[in-house]
Write a protein that binds this ligand. Sequence first.
Ligand code: CMC
Length: 426
Amino acid sequence: MSNVATLTVNGQTIELPIIESVEGDRGIDIRQLRQKTGCITYDPGYGNTGSCKSAIAYMDGEKGILRYRGIPIEDLATHSSFVETAYLVINGELPTREQLNRTSVQLNDHSLVHEDMQIFYQNFPRASHPMGILSAMVNALRSFYPELIASDKDFEEVYVRLISKIRTMASVSYKISRGHKVEYPRPDYTYCANFLNMMFNTPVKPYILRKELVRALNVFWILHADHEQNCSTAVVRSVGSAQTNIYASISAGISALWGDLHGGANQAVIQMLIDIHEKGVKVKDVIKRAKDKNDPFRLMGFGHRVYKTYDPRAKIMKKNCHDVLDRLNYEDPLLDIAMELEQIAISDPYFIDHNLYPNVDFYSGIMLRAMGIPTNMFTVMFAIGRLPGWIAQWRENMQDAEQRLTRPRQVYSGYTERPYIPIDER
Ligand code: CMC
């Protein structure tokens, strides 16, 4: 295979080097393009643009493959824990038992949030969306904790602090939104068990931990741990490229994730299913609307920029969702509606032609609902899971000597120069 691409612009032919990948798309190196041709590329949404070299996650959208640091998502979901997977994503290798124990100890050591931060929570209006609160609180961490990323050891402290505190901050925001007493983390509980306990334990009704729910939560967060250059990760890298601190960069990523087309889809899916269930909207009418070009409505939890087949995470999530509902003996009419929607959509020519299949968000909300997580916290759950990926990608970007300040160009489409006309003459 040639390692050079040729491009002819206005009769002038130039050669552009091709950057080899280990697997997947190779990259045409266009760094000299503008200088040599006076042209730039035009690629809204960056669907054909490689913004970095990365060794963290690999996806094959045609085959439905996702691996973290080379390890298939299926293996991690079966055998790993979220903390172990987070370690892998951030450090590049699976931890030894000693390293994993050390990480667990550090997660406990950093699990409290500064008491002064509780005042912030109290002052958000009651109707605030938890994603807005989370983004603000993660940004505020910079005011309470030094950034310290000079050495690997310092960085370890920063990332463990982030992973530990985001879980505490999310559960504190839930407790305060309900007007309940905040539940502090317990050093004898694992990461996921602690989260469930902090969310649901109350002085009047002790929360009974169920190991199958703890496992299901581990799987949920493992499935979200990284997804290469998705919208929020690209934002984290982009903000970090200005040498912005890690807390502010991740806070921006949380904001990006909030959107309905990205992480917010898990909440939007449930809303769509509730509308069908409660407002008597017919499944076939939902499908009809999703196919109507004159209607902005989309089938939420369907489609993906990269996956042109069933999202491998969705397969695992679907099973995880069924398992949780079975174990809890929880009957949710939304699950039946979701399965009916899926069945109709995957055999409909529109969805087949457009390669639209369920993505990770299609079944996740139903599982979270059964676990007791309120709908407006679904995207927060996604954010907690995605944190290791954001941390790893932020760092990789910082350490990559080829990276520069993110600054795309544009193809200008406005007025050419024209005179200023004083207001009375207009
Ligand atoms: N329902 C109906 N039509 C769709 C859908 C959908 N969910 N998704 C894409 N299409 C159609 C779209 O109308 C377009 O049709 P045409 O070519 O005839 O004009 C075609 O498919 C391509 O759509 P696109 O918007 O150019 O594709 P994209 O790669 O920019 O969008 C997406 C990817 C995820 C934004 C989109 O599929 C979507 O809006 N899905 C619903 C929201 C959703 O579930 N988001 C969660 C994504 S997975 C979690 C994550 O990692 O963020």
